[in-house]
Design a protein around this ligand. Structure first.
Ligand code: ZN
Length: 151
């Protein structure tokens, strides 16, 4: 195992225990539940945007599953909290691209931050869905929350 692989495994292990952002969210603008039937992971992501609906003011989640899915959700929370919604969707795209790389190439650390810890997961088809789960839920929540409120 290379030094960076060991570091990535440590990031995943730490986040699977710390589970940043886990909890309820009052006044959420949208929420979305995602299930990964192959592994049994499930997560509900809730977002609250700023009044202009351009920025993620707060994000929180509830769920349970394997350490990869829980770590991915925790890392995602850190990455998107306070971000512009278009930036968060861009991150979700970048994360998806990385997870489809089958371990090829170098992930963009500047863009993905601790998210690059999941680069190695892309070599394991069965685990890709685990890592992608919270991002799918986030995309759906952000898109719904951005819709103008019906008066
Ligand atoms: Zn899983």
């Amino acid at each position: 195992m290379s030094g960076s692989e060991a570091l990535y495994q440590q990031i995943i292990l730490d986040h699977s225990k710390a589970r940043h952002g886990e909890g309820e969210l009052v006044d959420a603008h949208a929420s979305h539940h995602e299930l990964n039937p192959t592994c049994g992971d499930q997560v509900t992501v809730r977002v609250r945007l700023d009044p202009a609906r351009e920025r993620i003011e707060e994000v929180a989640w509830e769920g349970d599953g394997c350490s990869i899915s829980m770590a991915s959700t925790s890392v995602m929370t850190d990455l998107v909290r306070g971000e512009r919604t278009d930036r968060a969707l861009e991150l979700a795209d970048a994360f998806r691209t990385m997870l489809r790389s089958k371990g090829e190439g170098e992930p963009d650390e500047e863009l993905l931050g601790d998210g690059i810890a999941f680069h190695g997961v892309s070599r394991y088809i069965m685990r890709v869905k685990c890592a992608m789960l919270p991002w799918v839920a986030l995309e759906a929540s952000v898109r719904e929350a951005r819709l103008p409120a019906v008066e």
